[in-house]
Design a protein. Structure first.
Length: 54
């Protein structure tokens, strides 16, 4: 599985990314940025990067 497919699978199956997905889907870029910051601070983004081998 390509890294992009694995990342998409994680982003769409893991509930902790649902607020980020919803903000992006609705065009709420400020909310999406805030969600990204939250996920960065709680280690979720790092965990996703590590699972992709980055």
């Amino acid at each position: 599985m390509a890294k992009s497919q694995k990342a998409a699978s994680e982003l769409f199956s893991d509930g902790k990314f649902s607020d980020l997905r919803n903000d992006i889907n609705s065009g709420n870029w400020i909310g999406a940025y805030a969600q990204y910051q939250k996920l960065s601070h709680d280690g979720s983004i790092k965990q996703l990067q590590d699972s992709l081998g980055n």
